[in-house]
Design a protein. Sequence first.
Length: 207
Amino acid sequence: GQLYGLNGHELQTRIDDALESVQLADRRHSAVKTFSGGMQRRLNLVASLLHRPKFLLCDEPTVGIDPQSRNAIFDYLERLNREGLTIIYSTHYMEEAARLCSRIGVIDHGKILALGSLDELLTRLPFEDEIIFPEIPATAKFATQLKLYGQLDTANGTHRFRPQAGYRLSSFFAAAEQAGVPARLFEIQRPTLEAVFLHLTGRKLRD
């Protein structure tokens, strides 16, 4: 803080507030070398914000840390954003971007492939819903029929069906009933940011 001209009561007040926000107040007199990785990550965040910048760049701040530390960081960043701080958040974890970011960019090989709100990015998908059901003998014939009406992917014992434009869910369930497949086997999911990312960048493994 002193590097940015902060001293005395003002610096102490900011330290107290920040440590409380990231749940480190009870360790304020501990040596940093005794902190876990998650605690050190939270302390890094505190140190970078003591001078109250207008802009914060977070480069994968939650890699390799425990769930409690992740949640503390999320809560702190959301609070700072509500108070007016602009944050650019880089992550490979789609659920983090979906939770934290009001505007999301999908970047691949250094190029921005898509940019917008989560709802705007979801419109880039050629389907509106995903229907998930188990790969079992009772669904084998029905799954083969579905390939005529959309994209069907099967992996790890699970079918994922993405209907083509215009194919109604009512038609799906009518066909399932006719095939004797019980409705309790199906789970309907809204498209996810991960689905958008894979649609735009492909499914090929990266080095």
